[in-house]
Design a protein around this ligand. Structure first.
Ligand code: AHR
Length: 498
Protein backbone atom coordinates (compact mmCIF):
# COMPACT_ATOMS: atom_id res chain seq x y z
CA UNK A 1 0.00 0.00 0.00
CA UNK A 2 1.11 3.55 -0.67
CA UNK A 3 0.03 6.95 0.59
CA UNK A 4 1.02 10.58 0.21
CA UNK A 5 0.88 13.31 2.81
CA UNK A 6 1.11 16.95 1.74
CA UNK A 7 2.01 19.63 4.26
CA UNK A 8 2.36 23.33 3.63
CA UNK A 9 2.79 26.09 6.19
CA UNK A 10 0.39 28.27 4.19
CA UNK A 11 -2.33 25.77 5.15
CA UNK A 12 -2.63 26.57 8.84
CA UNK A 13 -5.73 25.71 10.86
CA UNK A 14 -4.65 27.89 13.78
CA UNK A 15 -2.73 27.97 17.06
CA UNK A 16 -2.90 24.83 19.17
CA UNK A 17 -3.91 25.48 22.75
CA UNK A 18 -1.62 23.29 24.84
CA UNK A 19 -4.50 22.85 27.29
CA UNK A 20 -5.80 20.07 25.02
CA UNK A 21 -3.23 17.95 26.87
CA UNK A 22 -5.01 18.33 30.21
CA UNK A 23 -5.96 15.66 32.74
CA UNK A 24 -8.77 14.84 35.13
CA UNK A 25 -8.74 13.46 38.68
CA UNK A 26 -11.89 12.58 40.56
CA UNK A 27 -12.60 11.35 44.06
CA UNK A 28 -13.48 7.93 42.72
CA UNK A 29 -12.06 4.50 43.41
CA UNK A 30 -8.32 4.74 44.02
CA UNK A 31 -7.68 7.87 41.98
CA UNK A 32 -7.01 10.22 44.87
CA UNK A 33 -6.42 7.84 47.79
CA UNK A 34 -3.73 5.26 46.86
CA UNK A 35 -3.34 7.15 43.59
CA UNK A 36 -1.94 10.62 44.07
CA UNK A 37 -2.27 10.75 47.87
CA UNK A 38 -0.99 7.80 49.87
CA UNK A 39 0.53 8.83 53.21
CA UNK A 40 1.42 5.24 54.13
CA UNK A 41 3.50 4.58 51.02
CA UNK A 42 7.32 4.60 51.06
CA UNK A 43 7.04 6.48 47.73
CA UNK A 44 5.23 9.41 49.34
CA UNK A 45 6.71 12.70 50.43
CA UNK A 46 5.99 14.46 53.73
CA UNK A 47 2.68 15.72 52.33
CA UNK A 48 1.55 12.19 51.44
CA UNK A 49 1.93 12.80 47.68
CA UNK A 50 3.16 9.78 45.73
CA UNK A 51 6.40 10.97 44.16
CA UNK A 52 6.51 8.12 41.63
CA UNK A 53 3.06 9.18 40.40
CA UNK A 54 4.17 12.80 40.30
CA UNK A 55 7.13 11.87 38.07
CA UNK A 56 4.93 9.84 35.72
CA UNK A 57 2.44 12.72 35.47
CA UNK A 58 5.09 15.39 35.03
CA UNK A 59 6.38 13.45 32.01
CA UNK A 60 2.90 13.73 30.47
CA UNK A 61 3.34 17.51 30.21
CA UNK A 62 -0.19 18.29 31.35
CA UNK A 63 -0.88 22.03 31.50
CA UNK A 64 -4.09 21.63 33.53
CA UNK A 65 -5.92 19.21 35.79
CA UNK A 66 -9.69 19.09 36.35
CA UNK A 67 -10.91 18.14 39.85
CA UNK A 68 -12.76 16.90 42.03
CA UNK A 69 -15.29 15.28 39.65
CA UNK A 70 -17.00 13.90 37.77
CA UNK A 71 -20.18 12.57 39.27
CA UNK A 72 -18.59 12.92 42.70
CA UNK A 73 -18.75 16.70 42.60
CA UNK A 74 -22.54 16.78 42.38
CA UNK A 75 -22.82 15.59 45.98
CA UNK A 76 -19.61 17.14 47.34
CA UNK A 77 -19.34 19.97 49.82
CA UNK A 78 -15.86 21.46 49.37
CA UNK A 79 -16.05 22.91 52.90
CA UNK A 80 -15.74 19.36 54.28
CA UNK A 81 -12.29 19.08 52.69
CA UNK A 82 -10.54 22.12 54.18
CA UNK A 83 -9.14 22.82 57.64
CA UNK A 84 -7.52 20.50 60.20
CA UNK A 85 -7.76 16.89 59.00
CA UNK A 86 -8.93 15.55 62.34
CA UNK A 87 -12.01 17.74 62.10
CA UNK A 88 -12.97 16.82 58.55
CA UNK A 89 -16.10 14.65 58.40
CA UNK A 90 -16.41 11.24 56.78
CA UNK A 91 -19.19 11.45 54.20
CA UNK A 92 -21.15 8.96 52.16
CA UNK A 93 -20.38 9.53 48.48
CA UNK A 94 -23.60 8.60 46.72
CA UNK A 95 -22.07 8.74 43.22
CA UNK A 96 -19.79 5.76 43.84
CA UNK A 97 -21.32 4.41 47.06
CA UNK A 98 -17.99 4.92 48.77
CA UNK A 99 -16.78 6.53 51.95
CA UNK A 100 -15.01 9.87 51.62
CA UNK A 101 -12.57 10.73 54.40
CA UNK A 102 -12.05 14.27 53.09
CA UNK A 103 -8.37 13.94 53.99
CA UNK A 104 -7.55 15.33 50.57
CA UNK A 105 -9.36 18.52 49.56
CA UNK A 106 -8.93 21.81 47.73
CA UNK A 107 -5.74 22.95 49.51
CA UNK A 108 -4.02 19.61 49.00
CA UNK A 109 -5.10 19.53 45.38
CA UNK A 110 -3.71 22.99 44.63
CA UNK A 111 -0.44 22.09 46.40
CA UNK A 112 -0.24 18.87 44.39
CA UNK A 113 -0.87 20.78 41.13
CA UNK A 114 2.00 23.14 41.95
CA UNK A 115 4.23 20.10 42.56
CA UNK A 116 3.49 18.61 39.13
CA UNK A 117 3.49 21.97 37.36
CA UNK A 118 -0.11 21.94 36.20
CA UNK A 119 -2.93 24.48 36.59
CA UNK A 120 -5.90 23.49 38.76
CA UNK A 121 -9.35 23.56 37.14
CA UNK A 122 -12.11 23.28 39.72
CA UNK A 123 -15.64 22.00 39.20
CA UNK A 124 -18.33 23.41 41.49
CA UNK A 125 -21.27 21.39 42.73
CA UNK A 126 -24.40 22.45 40.84
CA UNK A 127 -26.21 19.21 41.71
CA UNK A 128 -26.90 19.32 45.45
CA UNK A 129 -24.81 22.47 45.91
CA UNK A 130 -26.02 26.06 46.06
CA UNK A 131 -24.80 29.00 44.04
CA UNK A 132 -23.63 30.46 47.36
CA UNK A 133 -21.29 27.51 48.02
CA UNK A 134 -19.93 27.79 44.45
CA UNK A 135 -19.21 31.48 44.96
CA UNK A 136 -17.67 30.81 48.38
CA UNK A 137 -15.18 28.44 46.73
CA UNK A 138 -14.13 31.17 44.30
CA UNK A 139 -13.71 33.50 47.26
CA UNK A 140 -11.72 30.87 49.16
CA UNK A 141 -9.39 30.26 46.22
CA UNK A 142 -8.96 33.57 44.47
CA UNK A 143 -9.48 36.59 46.74
CA UNK A 144 -6.80 38.22 48.91
CA UNK A 145 -7.01 37.65 52.71
CA UNK A 146 -9.41 39.76 54.76
CA UNK A 147 -12.70 37.89 54.40
CA UNK A 148 -14.17 34.93 56.24
CA UNK A 149 -13.21 32.39 53.56
CA UNK A 150 -9.89 33.89 52.56
CA UNK A 151 -8.76 34.09 56.18
CA UNK A 152 -9.69 30.42 56.47
CA UNK A 153 -7.50 29.70 53.43
CA UNK A 154 -4.66 31.72 54.94
CA UNK A 155 -4.82 29.82 58.21
CA UNK A 156 -5.31 26.44 56.52
CA UNK A 157 -2.73 26.62 53.78
CA UNK A 158 -1.85 29.80 51.94
CA UNK A 159 -1.92 33.58 52.35
CA UNK A 160 -1.45 33.86 48.61
CA UNK A 161 -4.63 33.43 46.56
CA UNK A 162 -4.55 30.37 44.31
CA UNK A 163 -5.65 32.17 41.17
CA UNK A 164 -7.72 29.30 39.80
CA UNK A 165 -8.49 30.51 36.30
CA UNK A 166 -10.94 27.95 34.89
CA UNK A 167 -14.12 26.64 36.53
CA UNK A 168 -16.66 23.98 35.53
CA UNK A 169 -20.28 24.80 36.30
CA UNK A 170 -21.16 21.31 37.53
CA UNK A 171 -20.67 18.00 35.80
CA UNK A 172 -22.80 16.04 33.30
CA UNK A 173 -25.98 17.69 34.52
CA UNK A 174 -27.88 16.20 31.54
CA UNK A 175 -27.49 12.69 33.01
CA UNK A 176 -30.33 11.17 35.06
CA UNK A 177 -27.60 9.48 37.15
CA UNK A 178 -26.30 12.86 38.27
CA UNK A 179 -27.22 14.02 41.78
CA UNK A 180 -29.53 17.00 41.31
CA UNK A 181 -30.15 16.30 37.60
CA UNK A 182 -32.72 18.71 36.17
CA UNK A 183 -34.04 19.63 32.72
CA UNK A 184 -31.76 21.71 30.52
CA UNK A 185 -33.52 25.02 31.09
CA UNK A 186 -33.44 24.63 34.88
CA UNK A 187 -29.75 23.78 34.82
CA UNK A 188 -29.04 26.69 32.48
CA UNK A 189 -30.70 29.13 34.88
CA UNK A 190 -28.71 27.84 37.83
CA UNK A 191 -25.45 27.79 35.85
CA UNK A 192 -26.01 31.38 34.75
CA UNK A 193 -26.80 32.51 38.30
CA UNK A 194 -23.80 30.66 39.77
CA UNK A 195 -21.47 31.83 37.02
CA UNK A 196 -22.54 35.46 37.40
CA UNK A 197 -21.95 35.38 41.14
CA UNK A 198 -18.58 33.68 40.68
CA UNK A 199 -17.53 36.26 38.09
CA UNK A 200 -18.63 39.10 40.35
CA UNK A 201 -16.07 37.88 42.83
CA UNK A 202 -13.35 37.39 40.24
CA UNK A 203 -14.03 38.66 36.74
CA UNK A 204 -10.85 37.10 35.37
CA UNK A 205 -12.14 33.54 35.63
CA UNK A 206 -13.28 31.45 32.66
CA UNK A 207 -16.39 29.28 32.87
CA UNK A 208 -17.24 25.91 31.35
CA UNK A 209 -20.93 25.09 31.10
CA UNK A 210 -22.10 21.45 30.93
CA UNK A 211 -22.82 20.14 27.46
CA UNK A 212 -24.03 16.60 26.82
CA UNK A 213 -22.37 13.77 28.68
CA UNK A 214 -22.36 11.61 25.56
CA UNK A 215 -23.57 11.67 21.97
CA UNK A 216 -25.75 8.65 22.87
CA UNK A 217 -27.99 10.77 25.09
CA UNK A 218 -31.49 11.29 23.75
CA UNK A 219 -31.09 15.01 24.46
CA UNK A 220 -27.72 15.31 22.63
CA UNK A 221 -27.42 18.77 21.05
CA UNK A 222 -30.90 19.79 22.26
CA UNK A 223 -29.56 20.03 25.82
CA UNK A 224 -26.51 21.85 24.49
CA UNK A 225 -28.56 24.29 22.43
CA UNK A 226 -30.80 25.18 25.38
CA UNK A 227 -27.87 25.70 27.71
CA UNK A 228 -25.82 27.65 25.23
CA UNK A 229 -28.65 29.95 24.20
CA UNK A 230 -29.32 30.80 27.83
CA UNK A 231 -25.73 31.20 29.01
CA UNK A 232 -24.05 32.43 25.80
CA UNK A 233 -22.90 35.81 27.08
CA UNK A 234 -21.51 34.51 30.36
CA UNK A 235 -19.63 31.32 29.57
CA UNK A 236 -16.44 30.64 27.69
CA UNK A 237 -16.66 26.93 26.93
CA UNK A 238 -19.21 24.18 26.59
CA UNK A 239 -18.10 20.73 27.70
CA UNK A 240 -18.08 17.56 25.62
CA UNK A 241 -17.47 14.08 27.05
CA UNK A 242 -16.83 10.74 25.38
CA UNK A 243 -15.70 7.32 26.54
CA UNK A 244 -15.02 4.92 23.68
CA UNK A 245 -16.65 1.56 24.29
CA UNK A 246 -15.59 -1.79 22.84
CA UNK A 247 -16.83 -2.45 19.31
CA UNK A 248 -17.75 -5.83 17.90
CA UNK A 249 -15.15 -5.43 15.15
CA UNK A 250 -11.63 -4.03 15.17
CA UNK A 251 -11.85 -1.82 12.04
CA UNK A 252 -14.81 0.10 13.51
CA UNK A 253 -13.01 0.49 16.83
CA UNK A 254 -9.88 1.73 15.12
CA UNK A 255 -11.89 4.32 13.17
CA UNK A 256 -12.52 6.30 16.37
CA UNK A 257 -10.95 9.50 15.01
CA UNK A 258 -13.90 9.78 12.62
CA UNK A 259 -16.32 9.86 15.55
CA UNK A 260 -14.37 12.51 17.47
CA UNK A 261 -14.28 14.67 14.33
CA UNK A 262 -18.05 14.22 14.00
CA UNK A 263 -18.72 15.26 17.60
CA UNK A 264 -16.59 18.36 17.10
CA UNK A 265 -18.40 19.11 13.83
CA UNK A 266 -21.68 18.93 15.80
CA UNK A 267 -20.39 21.48 18.33
CA UNK A 268 -18.97 23.68 15.59
CA UNK A 269 -22.40 23.78 13.95
CA UNK A 270 -24.20 24.44 17.22
CA UNK A 271 -21.87 27.24 18.31
CA UNK A 272 -22.12 28.86 14.93
CA UNK A 273 -25.93 28.62 15.04
CA UNK A 274 -26.21 30.21 18.51
CA UNK A 275 -23.70 32.92 17.60
CA UNK A 276 -25.79 33.82 14.54
CA UNK A 277 -29.02 33.70 16.54
CA UNK A 278 -27.57 36.12 19.08
CA UNK A 279 -25.85 38.25 16.44
CA UNK A 280 -22.93 38.00 18.82
CA UNK A 281 -19.36 39.03 18.26
CA UNK A 282 -18.01 36.76 20.99
CA UNK A 283 -17.55 33.03 20.77
CA UNK A 284 -17.76 29.99 22.96
CA UNK A 285 -15.40 27.09 22.48
CA UNK A 286 -15.22 23.44 23.41
CA UNK A 287 -13.76 21.95 26.57
CA UNK A 288 -13.56 18.20 25.88
CA UNK A 289 -13.05 17.68 29.57
CA UNK A 290 -13.61 13.94 29.84
CA UNK A 291 -12.36 11.52 27.21
CA UNK A 292 -10.80 8.07 27.23
CA UNK A 293 -11.40 4.44 26.34
CA UNK A 294 -13.82 2.69 28.69
CA UNK A 295 -14.27 -0.75 27.19
CA UNK A 296 -15.68 -3.00 29.83
CA UNK A 297 -18.70 -2.86 32.09
CA UNK A 298 -17.93 -2.94 35.76
CA UNK A 299 -19.71 -2.80 39.01
CA UNK A 300 -19.23 0.82 39.96
CA UNK A 301 -20.47 0.59 43.50
CA UNK A 302 -17.86 0.93 46.20
CA UNK A 303 -19.68 -1.03 48.93
CA UNK A 304 -19.38 1.93 51.31
CA UNK A 305 -15.64 1.45 51.73
CA UNK A 306 -12.74 3.91 51.49
CA UNK A 307 -10.89 3.98 48.13
CA UNK A 308 -12.58 0.89 46.67
CA UNK A 309 -10.96 -0.72 43.64
CA UNK A 310 -13.37 0.58 40.99
CA UNK A 311 -12.93 -0.07 37.27
CA UNK A 312 -9.14 -0.51 37.22
CA UNK A 313 -9.34 -0.80 33.42
CA UNK A 314 -6.37 -2.59 31.80
CA UNK A 315 -5.40 -1.12 28.46
CA UNK A 316 -4.09 -2.72 25.30
CA UNK A 317 -2.04 -1.57 22.35
CA UNK A 318 -5.26 -1.25 20.35
CA UNK A 319 -6.60 1.20 22.95
CA UNK A 320 -3.41 3.23 22.63
CA UNK A 321 -4.17 3.71 18.93
CA UNK A 322 -7.58 5.10 19.87
CA UNK A 323 -5.98 7.52 22.36
CA UNK A 324 -3.68 8.79 19.61
CA UNK A 325 -6.72 9.47 17.41
CA UNK A 326 -8.48 11.53 20.08
CA UNK A 327 -5.40 13.74 20.27
CA UNK A 328 -5.04 13.92 16.49
CA UNK A 329 -8.64 15.07 16.28
CA UNK A 330 -8.13 17.75 18.94
CA UNK A 331 -5.11 19.03 17.00
CA UNK A 332 -7.06 19.01 13.70
CA UNK A 333 -9.91 20.88 15.38
CA UNK A 334 -7.72 23.29 17.33
CA UNK A 335 -9.78 26.26 16.25
CA UNK A 336 -12.65 25.04 18.39
CA UNK A 337 -11.17 22.72 21.07
CA UNK A 338 -9.19 24.72 23.62
CA UNK A 339 -9.27 22.37 26.60
CA UNK A 340 -9.36 18.59 26.83
CA UNK A 341 -8.90 16.31 29.84
CA UNK A 342 -7.69 12.71 29.70
CA UNK A 343 -10.07 10.99 32.13
CA UNK A 344 -8.84 9.83 34.41
CA UNK A 345 -5.16 10.07 35.13
CA UNK A 346 -4.43 7.55 37.91
CA UNK A 347 -6.05 4.15 38.62
CA UNK A 348 -9.77 3.70 37.62
CA UNK A 349 -9.41 4.52 33.88
CA UNK A 350 -5.91 5.91 34.18
CA UNK A 351 -2.86 5.43 32.01
CA UNK A 352 -0.99 5.18 35.32
CA UNK A 353 -1.75 2.45 37.85
CA UNK A 354 -0.34 2.24 41.35
CA UNK A 355 0.50 -0.58 43.70
CA UNK A 356 2.55 -0.74 46.88
CA UNK A 357 5.53 -1.57 44.65
CA UNK A 358 5.36 1.43 42.35
CA UNK A 359 3.63 2.61 39.18
CA UNK A 360 2.69 0.89 35.96
CA UNK A 361 2.46 2.85 32.73
CA UNK A 362 -0.35 1.42 30.61
CA UNK A 363 -0.11 1.24 26.81
CA UNK A 364 -2.36 4.32 26.71
CA UNK A 365 0.23 6.38 28.57
CA UNK A 366 2.61 6.44 25.63
CA UNK A 367 0.67 8.08 22.77
CA UNK A 368 -0.18 10.88 25.18
CA UNK A 369 3.44 11.39 26.25
CA UNK A 370 4.62 11.24 22.63
CA UNK A 371 2.16 13.82 21.32
CA UNK A 372 2.05 16.07 24.35
CA UNK A 373 5.84 16.33 24.41
CA UNK A 374 6.18 17.10 20.71
CA UNK A 375 3.18 19.27 19.81
CA UNK A 376 3.46 23.05 19.79
CA UNK A 377 2.74 26.03 17.57
CA UNK A 378 0.02 25.81 14.95
CA UNK A 379 -1.97 22.98 13.50
CA UNK A 380 -1.34 22.31 9.80
CA UNK A 381 -3.92 20.88 7.45
CA UNK A 382 -2.82 17.38 6.41
CA UNK A 383 -3.76 16.65 2.81
CA UNK A 384 -3.87 12.88 2.76
CA UNK A 385 -4.05 10.63 -0.25
CA UNK A 386 -4.41 7.09 1.04
CA UNK A 387 -6.48 3.91 0.61
CA UNK A 388 -9.69 3.44 2.53
CA UNK A 389 -10.57 0.86 5.09
CA UNK A 390 -14.03 -0.73 5.12
CA UNK A 391 -15.67 -0.68 8.55
CA UNK A 392 -19.06 -2.10 9.49
CA UNK A 393 -19.87 0.72 11.89
CA UNK A 394 -18.43 3.78 10.13
CA UNK A 395 -18.41 2.92 6.43
CA UNK A 396 -15.21 3.51 4.46
CA UNK A 397 -12.58 5.52 6.37
CA UNK A 398 -9.04 6.59 5.40
CA UNK A 399 -6.57 3.98 6.54
CA UNK A 400 -4.42 6.71 8.14
CA UNK A 401 -5.49 9.15 10.84
CA UNK A 402 -3.15 12.15 10.92
CA UNK A 403 -2.35 15.48 12.53
CA UNK A 404 0.51 17.93 12.10
CA UNK A 405 1.84 20.89 14.00
CA UNK A 406 4.31 23.56 12.97
CA UNK A 407 6.30 25.57 15.48
CA UNK A 408 7.81 28.47 13.53
CA UNK A 409 9.93 29.59 16.47
CA UNK A 410 11.46 26.18 17.04
CA UNK A 411 11.65 25.37 13.27
CA UNK A 412 9.91 22.12 13.99
CA UNK A 413 7.14 20.12 12.31
CA UNK A 414 5.54 17.20 14.14
CA UNK A 415 3.53 14.73 12.09
CA UNK A 416 1.53 11.97 13.76
CA UNK A 417 0.36 9.09 11.56
CA UNK A 418 -1.87 6.35 12.94
CA UNK A 419 -2.05 3.38 10.58
CA UNK A 420 -5.36 1.84 11.59
CA UNK A 421 -5.46 -1.23 9.38
CA UNK A 422 -4.33 -4.62 10.61
CA UNK A 423 -3.49 -5.69 7.06
CA UNK A 424 -0.52 -4.24 5.24
CA UNK A 425 2.45 -1.97 5.71
CA UNK A 426 2.01 1.43 4.05
CA UNK A 427 4.81 3.35 2.37
CA UNK A 428 4.11 7.05 2.94
CA UNK A 429 5.62 9.90 0.93
CA UNK A 430 5.63 13.04 3.02
CA UNK A 431 5.82 16.14 0.83
CA UNK A 432 6.86 19.22 2.78
CA UNK A 433 5.55 21.91 0.43
CA UNK A 434 7.21 25.22 1.24
CA UNK A 435 9.60 23.66 3.78
CA UNK A 436 12.85 21.76 3.62
CA UNK A 437 14.08 19.44 6.31
CA UNK A 438 17.55 18.88 7.65
CA UNK A 439 16.73 15.95 9.88
CA UNK A 440 13.96 13.76 11.18
CA UNK A 441 13.51 11.81 14.37
CA UNK A 442 10.97 8.99 14.32
CA UNK A 443 9.19 7.28 17.22
CA UNK A 444 6.96 4.25 16.72
CA UNK A 445 4.37 2.55 18.88
CA UNK A 446 3.65 -0.86 17.41
CA UNK A 447 2.90 -4.41 18.39
CA UNK A 448 1.81 -7.33 16.22
CA UNK A 449 -0.73 -8.21 18.89
CA UNK A 450 -3.58 -5.74 19.29
CA UNK A 451 -4.25 -7.15 22.75
CA UNK A 452 -0.66 -6.62 23.94
CA UNK A 453 -0.50 -4.73 27.22
CA UNK A 454 1.88 -3.65 29.91
CA UNK A 455 1.71 -5.71 33.07
CA UNK A 456 3.53 -5.61 36.39
CA UNK A 457 5.51 -8.63 35.15
CA UNK A 458 6.24 -7.08 31.77
CA UNK A 459 5.82 -3.30 32.15
CA UNK A 460 7.67 -2.35 28.97
CA UNK A 461 5.85 -4.54 26.45
CA UNK A 462 4.10 -1.58 24.75
CA UNK A 463 6.47 1.37 24.65
CA UNK A 464 7.67 3.67 21.87
CA UNK A 465 10.84 2.72 20.02
CA UNK A 466 12.96 4.75 17.60
CA UNK A 467 12.15 4.31 13.91
CA UNK A 468 13.57 5.41 10.59
CA UNK A 469 12.53 7.62 7.71
CA UNK A 470 14.38 8.20 4.45
CA UNK A 471 15.23 11.68 3.22
CA UNK A 472 14.28 11.45 -0.46
CA UNK A 473 14.95 15.12 -1.19
CA UNK A 474 15.21 18.25 0.99
CA UNK A 475 11.42 18.52 0.80
CA UNK A 476 10.33 14.91 0.79
CA UNK A 477 10.71 11.98 3.13
CA UNK A 478 9.52 8.42 2.99
CA UNK A 479 8.40 6.40 5.96
CA UNK A 480 6.97 2.89 6.21
CA UNK A 481 4.10 2.40 8.63
CA UNK A 482 3.72 -0.99 10.26
CA UNK A 483 0.15 -2.35 10.49
CA UNK A 484 -1.26 -1.07 12.80
CA UNK A 485 0.90 1.55 14.48
CA UNK A 486 1.34 5.11 15.62
CA UNK A 487 4.33 6.87 14.07
CA UNK A 488 5.53 10.27 15.18
CA UNK A 489 7.89 12.24 12.97
CA UNK A 490 9.71 15.23 14.41
CA UNK A 491 11.26 17.24 11.61
CA UNK A 492 13.79 20.04 11.81
CA UNK A 493 12.63 22.42 9.11
CA UNK A 494 13.40 25.71 7.41
CA UNK A 495 11.52 27.67 4.83
CA UNK A 496 12.37 26.96 1.18
CA UNK A 497 12.87 30.69 0.49
CA UNK A 498 15.41 31.07 3.28
O1 AHR B 1 -14.83 9.36 34.76
C1 AHR B 1 -15.82 8.58 35.36
C2 AHR B 1 -17.20 9.22 35.28
O2 AHR B 1 -17.61 9.26 33.94
C3 AHR B 1 -17.30 10.65 35.74
O3 AHR B 1 -17.49 10.76 37.09
C4 AHR B 1 -18.49 11.15 35.00
O4 AHR B 1 -18.45 12.53 34.75
C5 AHR B 1 -18.52 10.32 33.73
O5 AHR B 1 -19.77 9.81 33.47
Amino acid sequence: MEATVHLDTRQRIGPIDRRIFGGFIEHMGRAVYEGIYDPGSPFSDERGFRTDVMSAITAMNMPLMRYPGGNFVSGYDWRDGVGPRAQRPVRADSAWQSLESNHFGTDEFVAWCRAVDTAPVLAVNLGTGSIESAAALVEYCNLPPGTYWTDRRASNASEEPYGVGTWCLGNEMDGPWQAGHVPARVYAEKALAAGSLMKQLDDSIELIVCGSSSRNMGTYMEWDRTVLEHCWDSVDYISAHRYTAAKPDTPSYLAEGVVIDQILADYRGLISYVRALKASSRSVQVSFDEWNVWRRNYDMKGGWSFAPHLLEEEYTFEDALVIAQYLNSFIRNCDIVKIACFAQVVNILGPIKTSREGVLREATYWPFVMLSGATSGESLRVALDCPELETSGRGPVPVIDASASYDAEADRVTLCLVHRSIGHEIAVDVQLGDLRTSGVEVEILHDRDLEARNTWQRPGRVTPVPGRAKLVSPSAIRVDLAPPSMTLLKLDVSSLDR
